[in-house]
Design a protein around this ligand. Structure first.
Ligand code: AMP
Length: 511
C-alpha cells in the first residue's frame, strides 16, 4: 500500500468534502484533488518517469504542493522537497545527489533554470495547468508501491557539512501518520491543518495524518507565518492545527499579547499547536500557556525518524498541578507509541537514569538509510538503533530531557557545559529576548562560553547585569566569559539557530 491510496480512499468515500483551501477560498474537494494528482501521475509516467524516480519540489508553500506530492506518489515516484530558502547552487547539489531529472518550482524561489534538471516546471505556468488538468479517460489507480519503497528523500539541514538524503519509505510515513492520532493530536474529518511553516519539512509531513482523517488543508495566501493572517484564518475556517518551530510559536504569542488576545480567542483560532524541531525554552512555553491556553503538544524527532521519537502531551503540558511541572515542561516527553527510546554511552550500553548520553531510537519510523551513503548509514543505524546525535537523560517516569546535540556540547577547563542550560537561565533575566550560547576556542580553558544576546526592546540590559544573573543561578564555571549583543540570531528556514555560524563569529572576535 502506498501513501497515494490514502487520497484515493477519501476521493471515493467523501468526494465532495472540502479538502484544500488557498486562504479562505476552496481550492479542491477530495475528488478534485485526486483527479488532478492522478492526472499528473499519468502524464509523468507517459513522459517516461519510472517508479522510484525522484522529483524535486523547490517551492514556497502553495496549494499545488499537496497535489504534486500525491501525484508523485500516485505514479510510484519519490519526492524530494527542498527548503525554499536554499541558494540555487545548494539545490543543484541536491538535484545532482538525488539524481533527479524533473523539478517543480515557484518562480519566487527559483528565478532561473536549475542545472541538472531536464524538466523544470513553474507550478503557476500553463504547462503545470495542463499536467494537472483532469483526464478525459478513466483515472488510473495508484501505482502499487511496496511499503519499503522510497516515498520522500529528506535532505538534512546540513548545518554541518553537506546535507545527507534521508530515505523515508511509505511504511515510515504511514507509521508516522497513524502515530499522530495516538500521541499528538486526535483529528476528525471536520478539522483543518494550516501550513504556515515550510511544507518541505515537518509541517508538510503532517499533511499525511490529515489526509488519513479526511480533514481540510489550509495554505495561507502569504504562504508563510503572518500571525494576524493565521488568527484570521482560524476564525474563518474553524480552529486550526499546525506545526511550528519554537520561534514561530513565540511570534504567535507576541502577536496575541500585543493584540490583547487571550486563551478564549486563541481557542477559537487554534485547536492544537504542535511545536518541536528546536529547543523550546521553559520561560517561552510558560508564557505561551499563559497567553494562549492549553493547546500545545511538543514532539521531538529528526529527519531520520520523522516527527517521531518522543512527545509531551497536551495533558502533561497543561497539568500545572503536577509537583515537578517545570521539569516536565523542560523535557521532550516520553517515547511515541511505535518506537523505543533509550540513552546510551559510546559503547551502546544503557546508562543509569539521570546520566547524560546519546539518544537512540528504534522502530518503524526509522529511515531506510542515507541515499547513496552506506558509510553514513552504518554509522547512524547500528543493530536497528538510530544514533540521533542528540544528548539527553531519562527520568524515572521515562521522560526524556535533551541537553544538546553532541557536537554542541562544550568543554571548558575539563568540565562539560551544555549550552542549553545556560540559555535557559539567561532567558529568565530581564531584558533578554533571545539568546544562543556557543563555545569559542581559548588557549587557557580549551573553550570558553560565549553568549549571543538579542535584547528585548522595552528593557535595557548589559553584560554586568547578565553576569550577576548567572552567578545567582548556575555554577560559576558555566557563566559566559563574553556577551555579544546582536539584532537577530542567524536561523535557517526551519527556525533552527545556526550555531556553526555563531561559533565562527565567536572564534573570529576573541574580545
Ligand atoms: P531535523 O532533522 O531538521 O528535523 O532536525 C532534528 C533535530 O532538531 C534533532 O536531532 C534535535 O537536535 C532538534 N530537535 C527536534 N525536536 C526537538 C525538540 N522538541 N526539542 C529540542 N530539539 C529538538
Amino acid at each position: 500500500m502506498s501513501l497515494a491510496h490514502l487520497l484515493a480512499r477519501q476521493a471515493l468515500t467523501r468526494p465532495d468534502a472540502p479538502a484544500i483551501y488557498s486562504g479562505t477560498t476552496l481550492w479542491a474537494t477530495h475528488a478534485q484533488w485526486a483527479q488532478r494528482s492522478a492526472a499528473l501521475a499519468h502524464r509523468l509516467r507517459a513522459a517516461g518517469l519510472q517508479p522510484g524516480d525522484r522529483v524535486v519540489l523547490f517551492m514556497s508553500n502553495h496549494p499545488r504542493y499537496l497535489e504534486i506530492l500525491w501525484g508523485a506518489w500516485w505514479a510510484g515516484l519519490a519526492v524530494v522537497p527542498v527548503n525554499a530558502k536554499l541558494h540555487p547552487a545548494e539545490v543543484e547539489w541536491i538535484i545532482d545527489n538525488a539524481q533527479a531529472r524533473w523539478g517543480f518550482v515557484t518562480s519566487d524561489v527559483a528565478p532561473r533554470a536549475l542545472a541538472g534538471l531536464q524538466h523544470q516546471i513553474d507550478i503557476e505556468s500553463a504547462e503545470a495547468d495542463a499536467l494537472l488538468a483532469p483526464l478525459s479517460e478513466a483515472v488510473p489507480a495508484p501505482h502499487d508501491s511496496a511499503p519499503g519503497d522510497l516515498a520522500w528523500l529528506f535532505y538534512t539541514s546540513g548545518t554541518t557539512g553537506r546535507p545527507k538524503g534521508v530515505m523515508l519509505t511509505h511504511r515510515n510515513l504511514m507509521t508516522m501518520g497513524l502515530t499522530y492520532f495516538v500521541d499528538v493530536n486526535a483529528v476528525d474529518a471536520g478539522d483543518a491543518i494550516v501550513y504556515g511553516a515550510p511544507m518541505s519539512h515537518g509541517c508538510g509531513i503532517y499533511a499525511i495524518p490529515h489526509v488519513m482523517a479526511g480533514a481540510r488543508h489550509v495554505v495561507p495566501a502569504s504562504g508563510g507565518v503572518e500571525p494576524a493572517e493565521l488568527f484570521a484564518l482560524g476564525q474563518a475556517l474553524g480552529p486550526l492545527s499546525t506545526f511550528a518551530a519554537p520561534t514561530i510559536v513565540k511570534r504567535l504569542v507576541d502577536h496575541a499579547e500585543a493584540q490583547g488576545l487571550g486563551p478564549d480567542d486563541a481557542a477559537r483560532a487554534f485547536k492544537t499547536i504542535v511545536y518541536g524541531g528546536a529547543p523550546m525554552y521553559l520561560a517561552d512555553i510558560q508564557r505561551a500557556l499563559r497567553v494562549m491556553g492549553p493547546r500545545f503538544v511538543q514532539i521531538y524527532g529528526q529527519g531520520e525518524t520523522p516527527m517521531v521519537a518522543t512527545a509531551l502531551s497536551r495533558r502533561h503540558i497543561a497539568d500545572t498541578t503536577y509537583p515537578d511541572h517545570a521539569a516536565r515542561l523542560a523535557s521532550v516527553g516520553v517515547a511515541q507509541t511505535p518506537v523505543q527510546v533509550r540513552v546510551a554511552g559510546p559503547d551502546g550500553a544503557d546508562l543509569p537514569l539521570g546520566e547524560v548520553g546519546e539518544v537512540l531510537v528504534r522502530g518503524d519510523t526509522v529511515m531506510a538509510g542515507y541515499w547513496r551513503n552506506p558509510e553514513a548509514t552504518a554509522a547512524a543505524v547500528r543493530d536497528g538503533w538510530l544514533w540521533t546525535g542528540d544528548m539527553g537523560t531519562l527520568d524515572t517516569h521515562s521522560f526524556l530531557t535533551l541537553k544538546d546535540r553532541s557536537k554542541d556540547l562544550l568543554i571548558s577547563g575539563g568540565s562539560n557545559i551544555y549550552p542549553r542550560e545556560v540559555e535557559e537561565v539567561l532567558l529568565t533575566a530581564p531584558g533578554v529576548h533571545e539568546v544562543a550560547v556557543v563555545g569559542a576556542p581559548d588557549p587557557e580553558w580549551g573553550e570558553v562560553v560565549v553568549a549571543f544576546v538579542v535584547a528585548a526592546p522595552e528593557q535595557a540590559t548589559d553584560a554586568a547585569a547578565l553576569d550577576a544573573h548567572c552567578l545567582a543561578h548556575i555554577a560559576r564555571f558555566k557563566r559566559p566569559k563574553r556577551y555579544v549583543f546582536v539584532d537577530t540570531l542567524p536561523k535557517n528556514n526551519y527556525g533552527k539557530v545556526l550555531k556553526t555560524q555563531l561559533r565562527a563569529l565567536a572564534a573570529q572576535n576573541p574580545n
